[in-house]
Design a protein around this ligand. Sequence first.
Ligand SMILES: Cc1cc2nc3c(=O)[nH]c(=O)nc-3n(C[C@H](O)[C@H](O)[C@H](O)COP(=O)(O)O)c2cc1C
Length: 285
Amino acid sequence: MCRIFGITFKNRVFIASGVFGFGLKYKKVSNRVGAIFTKGITLEPRKGNAPPRVFETAGGLINWVGLENPGVEKFCKDILPKMKKLRTKIFVNVAGSEVIHYERIVERIGGQVDGFELNISCPNVKKGGVAFGQDPKIAASVVARARTKTKLPLIVKLTPNFCDPLRIAKACIGAGADGISLINTLYGMVYDIKKKKPLITGGLSGPAIKPFALYCVNRLRGLDVPIIGMGGIMTGQDAYEFLLAGASAVAIGSAILRDPYAPLEIIKELKKYPPPPSSPFKGED
Ligand SMILES: Cc1cc2nc3c(=O)[nH]c(=O)nc-3n(C[C@H](O)[C@H](O)[C@H](O)COP(=O)(O)O)c2cc1C
């Protein structure tokens, strides 16, 4: 057990946004992780991008799912009541193409969940997403406005795509963020050599990005808020490295696409390691 943001979690292994839907299919897994971060929720439903949406590459995958989701209304009416029966903490990943969308989604969901993860780092949408997370002023305004709508923990999910996540993190914390999660996927491209044009431009994830993700988490260590580290975590040792680098918890992403039970193995393996020398972390009780 651990306490972060004033919340008691079963363990420090969470499920990253977008790889497990709403955690309703593999309930045995959902009920044993510390928290689930939902698929990104937007104000209106989104169909997402045309296939192919996922492409395997050396050491990882590139996706351009494009934030397919039912929209906040359907999420609240049909999905959230089922999610609330899970024995884990629920964080809603909030996405928007306008700054105002974030606060409206947070306001609509209200106190029904354990917290929010503001996704200002999605590389697969035409408007908003990563563009908000590359600019400290816009990032801060997304946080400040969402802050006025909730007292629940507000985590901001950052990108290191063509920007310094430390600079953006400081702006978000200044605007009232309770925590930072990183990294979202990195820009990536797959080329179709027959057609001589890109087949997919999307987000790279998986083991290929782990060293960079670890570097980014370590770069943010020492900030005054808890960090949720992710990017290419496949094993308990990977997770432990992120905790050593300064993360208070880790989130499992692409590993789940290969094996939905991967988080359970990671939880088991992590128990073999002693607590990181720096724990308890800042922002923890
Ligand atoms: C298919 C897919 C869909 C994703 N959807 C979201 C999303 O909706 N919101 C979000 O913030 N991150 C999303 N992500 C990013 C992951 O949550 C995670 O930050 C990233 O994949 C890095 O972790 P990993 O290398 O362990 O996968 C998605 C990733 C994948 C592979």
